[in-house]
Design a protein around this ligand. Structure first.
Ligand code: HDE
Length: 727
């Protein structure tokens, strides 16, 4: 089946199993007798672990040089014990040189992220709408690699920065890789189905404005600075995405608790060339939810890896996160039907206008084995589409098709990045692309051009009718004068931010306003602050006035041109109970001396995949799993007070943990909207009032567990957060 050689594996096949540094002994033994170049496993029988052949297992081996000779590398070679190191020391040079070159440039955007392997399963045969083979039959499975990210921060920045969250999925289809990059939504929620700008040529402007200041390189992973808001207020196409990011959608509880979106309109094309417009959605099967801002800020210091840890641990514990892939399907002639242009990436198509059709399910079921080789080296390329999918003319998408491929040259130093194990297609590839740094293959065809006769015209050209080739939707047609301008159908950039705002419950509106207050309070320029108020006022006089009051400024007079009362469903983050509680953590605050047996509480929560964390002053108590020195409220989704009231004093006299820590865990959990429970009559003394999400009981019986589990489903109790103008 395969006609191309992988140099590395050819080498592996030529050594004995026991001495082979590149394959496990079993693999080397099982390697088939090799015809020149036939070394890869069959993708159809090896969908889930196609990287296994590249894994290096060092168990019971000798350390070797990069070319395989055993040696020791703990001391450099010197002239005499106290003399200089010799140039001859090739062992020293190889080790240090490799170390010196360990890093590749981080991604220009989306540098901070985490990835996972998984599988996509089609719910049916969708050949009536697309020729894409991964959607071709019920139950068809396609391996995928996913990478979640934030946009602005550098590779070491904190996971919980307020930001749009990347949701990039790479499908290893049997028709070549399908590298759709989704801008995900940030937060749990509808995440962010829209983008800041309408034309890709503005992307460097956006990113330069959002990234840290060029002189001080401050602030990291944050838009609370003048250049960002200067750009936002000068380029009002940013408002809609900005609103989503400032709302709770910008600070998700975890990657598992957010939806994803393709943002752009794409096309589905059938085998016979009929096309429809589609918008891609990933709907979380865990459910959407978010953090509150102060909690996210504290987390940035307490646990910068909060999201990657959640993802990694969920998969390790086999609580596999899942999403459904759905599409909104529209007729070609409906591009302008809804009162906006579906080519405009700053617009959502409300689900009331075009409902979702669910096509299949994505399950993340395997962690990467090496962060660099997999998550850091994986590339996503919206330009890699497969037969059955086509682009739209969205000018943002058009620019991305170029940028993603181009940026890989910078990261990889040459054009052969598709040959890296994580990037390789799972099908053989044949073309006349040749050479370049890091070429890993030995092409046998000496007629590297088309047309040729010397290699029997191969590789042959495939198209719609022969070779199941990719084809552009035959119905696409354009004419017009060359123009350097955005379409006038993209002009209204204020109605949809208002639609978004109208659709939020009052507390989420307040969170959005508070976020804008926080960010704009950090601005130095009064000109920028006033420009922000002018734009906000075009969306809503209410928002502008509420932000202005915090800044000590006056909002402009109402400008009703774009004011309306329309709403759409499904944009809020809170308010819908979680579908699964997998991986949520309940902190039980007790003392090491307490002998109460919480085993049955632990097992009752475990049936919901919820983890009970028992906190005490030190280890040594029967069930302690964390100490107060480690613990704080950011680590728990609910907290139970299970020590005597005197233990929850603002000042505590032990050096084992920071003074007052048990009380601050309790109060922070309450203030951040989490379920809190009292088993020891603690709440009255610490002024936690009765109310929703506050559970008072005398023991952790069945009824208590039921209430706690229900409260975890609600996740955040929004009644605890004040709203402007309301008591
Ligand atoms: Fe990206 N974007 N982007 N972007 N983007 C990159 O590509 C770019 C946009 C998105 O986990 C870069 O390989 C331009 C929209 C994700 O590796 C770069 C424009 C959406 C990721 C790039 C956009 C995205 C990237 C940096 C304006 C949502 C992370 C490294 C047209 C639909 C992928 C890389 C990963 C990464 C360019 C706008 C999503 C520089 C020019 C809209 C999820 O090529």
């Amino acid at each position: 089946m395969f006609t191309r050689s992988i140099g590395l594996l050819a080498f592996a096949a030529s050594v004995t199993a026991a001495g082979c540094p590149y394959m496990g002994a079993e693999e080397a033994r099982d390697a088939p007798a090799q015809h020149a170049g036939v070394h890869r496993r069959d993708a159809t029988t090896d969908t889930n672990d196609f990287l296994a052949r590249y894994e290096l297992d060092d168990t019971d081996t000798y350390l070797t040089s990069d070319v395989g000779g055993p040696f020791s590398d703990q001391n450099s070679l010197s002239a005499g014990e106290r003399g200089p190191t010799l140039l001859e020391d090739f062992i020293f040079r190889q080790k240090i040189q490799h170390f010196d070159h360990e890093r590749v440039p981080e991604r220009a955007v989306h540098a901070r992220g985490a990835g996972a392997h998984g599988v996509f399963e089609s719910y049916g045969d969708w050949s009536n709408i697309t020729a894409a083979s991964f959607l071709g039959s019920q139950g068809k499975q396609t391996p995928i690699f996913i990478r979640f990210s934030t946009v602005a921060g550098s590779r070491g920045s904190a996971d919980t920065a307020r930001d749009v969250h990347g949701f990039a999925v790479r499908f290893y289809t049997d028709e070549g890789n399908f590298g759709l990059s989704y801008h995900p939504g940030y937060i749990v929620g509808n995440n962010i189905p829209v983008f800041f700008i309408q034309d890709a040529i503005l992307f460097p402007d956006l990113i330069h404005a959002v990234k840290p200041s060029p002189d001080s390189e401050i602030p990291q992973a944050a838009t609370a600075h003048d250049t960002a808001w200067d750009f936002f207020s000068q380029q009002p196409s940013t408002l809609h995405t900005l609103f989503w990011a400032m709302a709770p959608n910008g600070i998700v509880r975890s990657y598992r608790h957010m939806d994803g979106f393709g943002v752009h309109t794409f096309r589905f094309v059938t085998d016979d060339g009929a096309s429809k417009l589609v918008k891609f959605h990933w709907k979380s099967l865990t459910g959407k939810t978010g953090l509150v801002w102060e909690e996210a800020q504290v987390l940035a210091g307490k646990n910068a890896d909060f999201h990657r840890q959640d993802l990694f641990e969920s998969i390790e514990k086999q609580r596999f996160p899942e999403w459904e892939l759905a599409v909104q399907i529209m007729d070609e002639q409906d591009q302008l039907r809804f009162g906006f242009d579906v080519l405009d990436p700053t617009k959502i198509v409300p689900e009331e206008l075009v409902p979702l059709t669910k096509l299949g399910k994505l399950t993340l079921n395997r962690n990467p084995r090496n962060y660099f080789a997999e998550t850091e080296q994986v590339m996503f390329q919206p330009g890699h589409i497969v037969r059955g999918i086509d682009f739209s003319e969205d000018p943002l998408l058009q620019g991305r098709i170029y940028s993603y491929l181009d940026t890989q040259l910078n990261r990889n130093g040459g054009p052969n990045f598709e040959q890296l194990p994580i990037n390789q297609p799972r099908v053989p590839w044949h073309n006349n692309n040749r050479d370049g740094a890091g070429q890993m293959f030995i092409p046998l065809n000496t007629a590297a051009y088309s047309p040729n006769t010397l290699n029997r015209a191969s590789p042959k050209q495939a198209n719609q009718t022969s070779g199941r080739g990719f084809f552009t939707a035959p119905g696409r047609t354009f004419s017009g004068n060359l123009v350097r301008a955005v379409s006038s159908t993209f002009n209204d950039v204020w109605s949809q931010p208002r639609l978004f705002y109208n659709s939020l419950p009052p507390v989420e509106q307040q969170f959005l306003i508070n976020a804008i207050r926080f960010e704009t309070s950090n601005l130095k320029s009064d000109i920028v602050k006033n420009n922000v108020l002018i734009q906000l006022n075009r969306v809503s006089h209410d928002i502008a006035s509420r932000v202005a009051s915090a800044l000590g400024l006056t909002a402009p007079a109402p400008d009703a041109t774009y004011y309306h009362d329309n709403k759409t469903a499904g944009v809020a983050v809170f308010g819908t109970p979680l579908l699964r509680l997998d991986g949520l953590r309940v902190g039980l605050l007790t003392t090491a001396a307490d002998t109460t047996d919480y085993t049955s509480l632990k097992s009752a929560l475990a049936t919901h995949n919820v983890d009970l964390v028992v906190v005490a002053e030190h280890y040594g108590g029967s069930s302690t799993t964390q100490t107060y020195a480690q613990a704080d409220a950011t680590g728990f989704d609910a907290v139970i007070a299970a020590a005597d009231p005197s233990f929850f004093s603002p000042i505590t006299s032990t050096p084992e943990f920071p003074s007052g820590r048990p009380l601050s865990i309790l109060l922070d959990a309450y203030r951040w909207g989490k379920p809190v429970a009292d088993l020891k009559g603690v709440f009255k003394g610490v002024a936690i009032p009765d109310g929703e999400g506050v559970i008072v009981a005398s023991g952790a019986d069945e009824g208590f567990v039921g209430k706690l589990v229900d409260a975890l489903r609600t996740f955040k109790f929004l009644g605890r957060f004040p709203v402007d103008g309301k008591a």
